[in-house]
Design a protein. Structure first.
Length: 471
């Protein structure tokens, strides 16, 4: 009776599902990176339009040749260049100048199709159309931030070192160009070049210059070579000392902060010599002197300097290369925050972060960077005369009546703890005697002494805990 309507409903559902899936998939083909729909978009003097290509849930990729773009009703597709790794096109970008956009409200429309894929017995492609409105605001150009990365900072004969400039950024997402000066007379304009260094005393200073077409920024890394010792000398023993971690905390941009570092030759052999060179992979951290020679038992005092140029977290690997018998290369991590903040600087997290320090103590960091001891212990409430109530507490409000939580009392009355130590000791002794008498009376009927003694010992070990916790 209901068979026909049921079959019709199933048929409609079956036909509707693929269409719905296709519509959902279309939204994965194109993603707008810039401009943003929220706030104003800086026209400096051009506006960056950047999109990335995705895939459908069945793995079908977008067809870059089908990309179309219109700005305020005008076709601007020809302005776009490919974005990718040279083999695969992963997106498009264009720098759009006035008068193609208006200072104020503008309308963008993108269209992209998928590559053909099999759907049932036919081949088909889906289309993704994205539209957005943005507000262009006239603004001065902001300079880029250069970041030079070397995957090794020690040069060995004939061994290439890989460099990377692609982690450099620009506030307006401008297209960046790179120029490397390797410090040995050779250069490169690649984003990720590889270079082999020759033999040069003292090493090399590699400088990266990044340009957004209007402004430039520089960064540098030092490449060190293992230094030589004098004829007839024997390699010394390298020992590195510091009063604590190379953590500079917060330093205002433009200001400087310093930390000490000591290099020591612990070899007392008369022919011993330790020759060391030091360098940094981040120009905001410097170390001086950069070249030291130590005789038997001698030491050199070094100074690590942090000079932040921007408000952000910054770190560096400090490399020590030495003609040493025990270790030729030592790397140390230095960190600092450019700006004003407590502790080590903001964590960029909305909630506190917790971890165990080197001693296993629970430690927390507030979002602003302030560190604190995370007391995760539970305590037993005690009465005014110091007797435990048996109630577990973290704060005084967890205790009933006039009882208090020892954790809160210790924080509020820390100076009184030493004066109360003798009282707590007498309390534990008295509590122990009472427990022992009670337990012995309870197990006295046991006729086998070994069994009775084991029971007394076990019960004492269990029942003495509240007394010790009270102290």
């Amino acid at each position: 009776m209901f068979r026909a309507p049921l079959l019709a409903l199933l048929l409609i559902t079956a036909l509707a599902a693929p269409a719905g899936a296709a519509r959902a998939d279309r939204k994965n083909l194109i993603k707008v990176i810039s401009p943003s729909v929220s706030g104003g978009v800086p026209a400096h003097p051009f506006v960056n339009v950047i999109v990335s290509f995705g895939r459908m849930s069945n793995g079908t990729a977008a067809d870059p040749a089908s990309f179309r773009a219109r700005l305020n009703g005008r076709n601007i597709t020809k302005l776009f260049a490919d974005v990718g790794d040279g083999t695969t096109v992963t997106g498009k970008r264009a720098a759009v100048d006035s008068p193609l956009f208006h200072e104020g409200k503008n309308r963008l429309r993108f269209e992209l199709r998928s590559l053909p894929f099999k759907s049932g017995h036919h081949m088909r492609a889906v289309r993704d159309v994205d539209q957005l409105r943005f507000k262009a605001v006239s603004a001065p150009n902001q300079p880029p931030h250069a970041q030079a990365i070397a995957f090794d900072t020690v040069a060995l004969p004939g061994v290439p070192i890989q460099f990377d400039a692609t982690q450099s950024t620009d506030p307006e997402l401008d297209n960046l160009t790179y120029h490397w000066d390797f410090g040995d007379g050779t250069t490169s304009d690649e984003g990720q070049p590889s270079h082999v260094f020759g033999d040069q005393a003292g090493g090399f200073t590699v400088q990266l210059t990044v340009s957004d077409g209007q402004a430039t920024a520089t960064d540098q890394v030092q490449i060190l070579e293992k230094p030589k010792i004098c004829d007839g000398c024997t390699p010394g023993t390298l020992h590195v000392e510091a009063p604590g971690p190379l953590e500079f905390h917060a330093v205002a941009p433009g200001a400087t902060a310093t930390l000490p570092l000591v290099l020591r030759n612990t070899d007392a052999t008369p022919t011993s010599q330790l020759h060391a060179r030091v360098g940094s992979d981040n120009g905001t951290f410097t170390i001086a002197p950069a070249d030291v020679t130590l005789g038997p038992g001698e030491q050199a005092d070094l100074t690590v300097t942090f000079t932040p140029s921007a408000t952000r977290h910054q770190s560096a690997f400090l490399t020590i290369v030495a003609s040493a018998s025990n270790r030729s290369v030592v790397r140390l991590l230095a960190h600092g925050f450019g700006g004003t903040a407590p502790g080590t600087g903001p964590t960029l997290a909305a909630d506190p972060l917790f971890y165990l320090d080197a001693q296993g103590n629970p430690t927390g960091i507030l979002p602003n960077g302030l560190s604190f001891f995370a007391d995760n212990r539970l305590h037993t409430c005690v009465t005014p005369d110091g007797l435990p109530t048996g109630d577990v507490c973290v704060k005084d409000s967890d205790c009933a009546g006039a009882a208090t939580c020892p954790a809160m009392a210790q924080k509020a009355n820390a100076p009184m703890q030493a004066a109360d130590a003798e009282h707590r000791s007498r309390l534990i002794a008295r509590c122990s005697r009472i427990m022992k008498w009670t337990i012995e009376a309870a197990v006295l009927p046991m006729r086998q002494p070994p069994v009775r003694n084991r029971v007394i010992t076990t019960m004492m070990a269990i029942c003495i805990v509240p007394c010790v916790a009270t102290a």
